[in-house]
Design a protein around this ligand. Structure first.
Ligand SMILES: O=C(O)CCC(=O)C(=O)O
Length: 267
């Protein structure tokens, strides 16, 4: 993680990473996503499914090797290792497909939902520690006015509860009415955003009728936190040994083999 990235993440609680994917990776990722979306429910391989509203595609990361490789992408890997102080675990990777038919989501964060004890953000030894974070990888351009991700920069360090009177109690429906303090993050295809789950965030309704917002939501935490990640045997069998190791729950003292690598290639 560079000093610039560390500084920006620390003050904002999120970090926009431009141009993470090469053109060839973006093209291959899009075609894998299109295959997942186009496959009828009864023909999906075991372990894959879409939600009733067709927004969430379960285990999207495991659908194709090109998507699985994003879990340990070389731009993201140093950040994943830093945030977990070299004790990383990958817990879940869902494909989200936003259309104009899907509504907005209210501002929320893990601490507000589960209590201040649930999540931790800290800085020690000149680096960041973060025990619940997500990386959103974008496969489509988002332009101002389209909708998409909302954040309250700096809210990961809030020492007070967010007053219900603020930000219309978290219900923000239009970019034109964006309250001071809330930012609509617009990313380009191939960009990614890293965000602590302590940051208040939500989404605006997706406005374009002729374009989608397709993102892979990758979730990480330290290897000793919470319940072991669960994927069915059918999904686990598709994964490379490196991803399987990254998903494993482990003791505080255990050093995963994968952590010793500067760059991870899936075998
Ligand atoms: O759709 C997005 O950009 C954010 C999704 C979200 O809020 C979440 O996964 O918690």
């Amino acid at each position: 993680m560079t000093p610039e990235q560390r500084y920006l993440f620390d003050i904002n609680g999120y970090l926009h990473l431009p141009n993470v994917l090469r053109e060839s990776q973006l093209t291959a990722s899009r075609s894998a996503i299109e295959r997942y979306i186009a496959t009828p429910d009864n023909q999906l391989p075991e372990g894959f499914s879409r939600s009733e509203n067709k927004k969430n595609y379960e285990n999207g990361f495991a659908f194709d090797k090109v998507l699985e490789s994003l879990v340990v992408h070389p731009v993201l890997w140093p950040i994943i290792k830093e945030f977990t102080h070299e004790r990383p675990a990958f817990s879940r990777g869902t494909l989200l497909v936003d259309t104009h038919q899907h509504g907005p989501s209210h501002l929320h964060c893990a601490r507000e939902a589960y209590g201040w004890q649930s999540t931790r953000y800290d800085t020690r030894e000149g680096r960041i520690y973060c025990d619940d974070f997500a990386i959103f990888v974008y496969f489509d351009d988002v332009f101002p006015g389209d909708g998409g991700l909302l954040v309250v920069p700096g809210s990961h360090k809030a020492m007070f509860d967010r007053p219900p009177s603020l930000f219309n109690n978290g219900a923000i429906t239009d970019r034109a009415d964006l309250p001071t303090g809330v930012v609509n993050v617009t990313l380009k295809a191939g960009d990614a955003v890293v965000m602590t789950e302590m940051l208040a965030h939500g989404t605006l309704q997706w406005k374009p009728k002729d374009r989608l917002r397709r993102i892979l939501v990758l979730r990480y935490r330290p290897q000793f936190k919470g319940q072991p990640s669960f994927v069915t045997e059918a999904i686990r069998d598709r994964l490379s040994p490196e991803t399987q190791e990254l998903m494993a729950h482990a003791h505080y003292t255990h050093v995963k083999e994968i952590v010793k690598k500067e760059v991870v290639q899936l075998s």
